[in-house]
Write a protein that binds this ligand. Structure first.
Ligand SMILES: *[C@@H]1O[C@H](CO)[C@@H](O)[C@H](O)[C@H]1NC(C)=O
Ligand SMILES: *[C@@H]1O[C@H](CO)[C@@H](O)[C@H](O)[C@H]1NC(C)=O
Ligand SMILES: *[C@@H]1O[C@H](CO)[C@@H](O)[C@H](O)[C@H]1NC(C)=O
Ligand SMILES: *[C@@H]1O[C@H](CO)[C@@H](O)[C@H](O)[C@H]1NC(C)=O
Ligand SMILES: *[C@@H]1O[C@H](CO)[C@@H](O)[C@H](O)[C@H]1NC(C)=O
Ligand SMILES: *[C@@H]1O[C@H](CO)[C@@H](O)[C@H](O)[C@H]1NC(C)=O
Length: 574
């Protein structure tokens, strides 16, 4: 009875509230609206940006230039310092002035012989690190310094690859600096469950044995410690030359500054990230070169085409190319695929022509006399991947190729050759969009089997479509990247000090205080709460120990007591 009464009372109460809301909201709809003010006051915000990438090359420069183009539209003054004559020869980025700081690099930081060793042999991190040339530090430091004397640089935008000089100069001149990399591994120590094949481990250690996890989190880092130390020492010698204090923690120049990573969840191994570390990828251009009429008619005539390209920097052995071509022929014979487009780029065709170790007409193919295989030196990659008849991409797994393949929902067969490509291959495989080959153990049967799987199993296409959706939405984040750089510039407007020459000086340790987490200021022990948890553990152990001790005493006492009583009663009965 009472229950029913209160229930109806509740209903009346409810209705009253509802009616009140209704009246209120009608009243509100009758009032006028104002537009939210989104005007940004950019007056007196520092405007000169120097972007620097000693490695140069499309894969490093294109994502940076895409972000810089947005900043140019917003009124910033942008200059690029990079190797190779890039922007002048590019239709999309011609508007950005470039200072050429070296010959086209990418891989030409290595000489040809060394590149061959790295691409064709089994090299570990130790050998890879030989690419590192400490003299380049001083060279680039001085170049950047000269540039800053000509243009009054307000912010440095530094590509992470071999670019310590850029970060150091920014700290030295007390100017804000933003880092750029394709992989978070370059700027922070990843959690133990993330590693990388360049260290002989896997990108995701989740299901590895105890032995593997021990090896990859303890032994490998110790093993490569001396490599890092050697590089660090060599760098410090160069630093002294140009008047920079030696730095013992390589990441200290990357601390407390904004870092942008051209990657995205779905592709990247998920890890917790600092607020200062922002994923803004995949950064892609808005327009790409279209298909040539030749390619267009080839693609239209071949509804199951595989696109084969190893990117602009790397190549593989003629033996491997022969295996891949033979596999293509077999798959065409079996009618699994009906066309192949191969962008040869760095592959030495002359060498391949004279390669006699094969049982198929390789010169016919290389001369483009075989109707199902179309060979060109450079290809409009994005347009080919976007074509509905391109069903598969045989790639080296470079970051930008991977992003483009995901964006266009094209499953991949990955043949990683160097650097981050091994890790990318694993990530793509884990994402369920790819299978990978081994350049040192490439076989005809394995290649055939994997291509058949990629084309017949529905899951690859499904995952490709799922990831494509993510890539498309996340590709808007280049605007976010530009926003974040603007926020740094604007903070510098408020938090810089003018010196006697009218130069703005910024303290990079506190400029981005809104993003910097407290633990970085608290020191290792307090920051990780080791003092608090340590004390807690000691307390618990003491309590457990004390309790155990007391228990032991009681048990011992009872034992002797009963023993004494027993023997007493025994002697009584006797
Ligand atoms: C931008 O660059 C141009 C040319 O270098 C220069 O004349 C101009 O003053 C710069 N603008 C700002 C705001 O520094
Ligand atoms: C860079 O390329 C442009 C356009 O091809 C050319 O005009 C210019 O001379 C080149 N600069 C250098 C330093 O080679
Ligand atoms: C670039 O290469 C040319 C010839 O290959 C060489 O003469 C020149 O010194 C190089 N320039 C730089 C900046 O390394
Ligand atoms: C590890 O195994 C679990 C359970 O089988 C699976 O869900 C997960 O995807 C695996 N992770 C990796 C990196 O293979
Ligand atoms: C290609 O290989 C041939 C024969 O091995 C060699 O003579 C030529 O220099 C190579 N070309 C390039 C660009 O490496
Ligand atoms: C080479 O690959 C085959 C399978 O394709 C595998 O059975 C073999 O163990 C591999 N060899 C090496 C040395 O990795």
């Amino acid at each position: 009875m009472f229950l029913r009464y209160s229930f109806s009372l509740f209903n009346i109460w409810h209705l009253t509230i509802f009616a009140l809301f209704f009246v209120y909201s009608t009243v509100e709809t009758q009032s006028k609206f104002i537009k939210r003010d989104s005007f940004l006051d950019r007056t007196n915000v520092p405007k000169n940006i120097l972007a620097a990438s000693p490695l140069g090359g499309g894969s490093h420069l294109v994502p940076m230039l895409e972000i810089l183009k947005i900043l140019v539209v917003r009124g910033y003054n942008v200059t690029l310092a990079a190797s190779g004559n890039f922007t002048a020869n590019s239709e999309s980025y011609r508007s950005i002035p470039q200072i050429i700081i070296g010959n086209e690099t990418g891989t030409s930081l290595m000489n040809e012989e060394f590149a061959k060793k790295v691409f064709l042999e089994d090299v570990d991190f130790n050998i890879m690190s030989k690419v590192f040339d400490p003299e380049l530090y001083t060279k680039f430091y001085n170049i950047y310094k000269r540039i800053t004397e000509e243009i009054n640089v307000d912010l440095f935008f530094c590509d992470v690859g071999m670019n310590e000089a850029c970060f150091d100069l920014a700290w030295q001149l007390e100017k804000p600096v933003v880092g750029f990399a394709s992989n978070p591994i370059y700027a922070s120590i990843p959690p133990s469950y993330k590693s990388d094949p360049v260290f002989g481990c896997h990108v995701n250690m989740e299901n590895e044995t105890f032995y593997e996890r021990f090896k990859c989190s303890i032994i490998k880092p110790l093993q490569f410690m001396n490599v890092f130390m050697t590089i660090g020492n060599l760098l410090n010698e160069q630093r002294v030359n140009v008047g920079v204090e030696p730095i013992w923690d390589p990441r200290s120049r990357m601390k407390n500054i904004l870092f942008l990573f051209d990657t995205f969840f779905g592709f990247e191994i998920p890890i917790p990230m600092l607020p200062l570390h922002q994923e803004i990828g995949p950064v892609l251009a808005d327009t790409y070169p279209d298909l040539t009429p030749d390619l267009e008619s080839f693609l239209n005539a071949h509804p199951r085409t595989m696109y084969f390209a190893l990117g602009t920097n790397v190549f593989t052995s003629p033996q491997n190319i022969a295996i891949l071509l033979k596999s293509c022929l077999e798959l065409i014979n079996q009618n699994i695929i009906d066309g192949v487009i191969w962008a040869t780029v760095k592959t030495n065709i002359t060498e391949l022509m004279s390669f006699s170790n094969v049982d198929f007409p390789i010169s016919d193919i290389l001369n483009n006399n075989y109707p199902h295989i179309h060979i060109i030196k450079f290809a409009p990659q994005f347009a080919i991947l976007s074509h509905e008849n391109t069903k598969l991409f045989l790639s080296q797994g470079g970051a930008s190729s991977s992003h483009e393949s995901i964006y266009t929902a094209t499953p991949m067969l990955v043949l990683p050759i160097m650097g981050d490509q091994f890790g990318n291959a694993e990530k793509l495989e884990l994402a369920g969009i790819a299978l990978k080959l081994s350049r040192l153990n490439l076989t005809f049967d394995d290649t055939i089997l994997k291509i058949k799987r990629l084309l017949s199993e529905e899951s690859f296409k499904n995952n490709a479509k799922r990831l494509s959706f993510m890539a498309k939405l996340n590709s808007k984040r280049k605007y976010r990247a530009a926003d974040l750089i603007e926020i740094v510039m604007n903070s510098a407007k408020y938090d810089s000090i003018e010196d006697e020459n009218g130069n703005l000086k910024t303290n990079n340790n506190v400029l981005l205080k809104d993003w910097i987490t407290a633990d970085t200021r608290m020191g290792f022990i307090r920051g990780n709460y080791i003092d608090v948890y340590g004390t807690f553990i000691i307390l618990v152990l003491t309590l457990i120990g004390g309790f155990g001790y007391a228990l032991l005493k009681v048990v011992k006492y009872l034992y002797t007591y009963y023993k004494a009583r027993n023997s007493n009663s025994k002697s009584n009965t006797e």
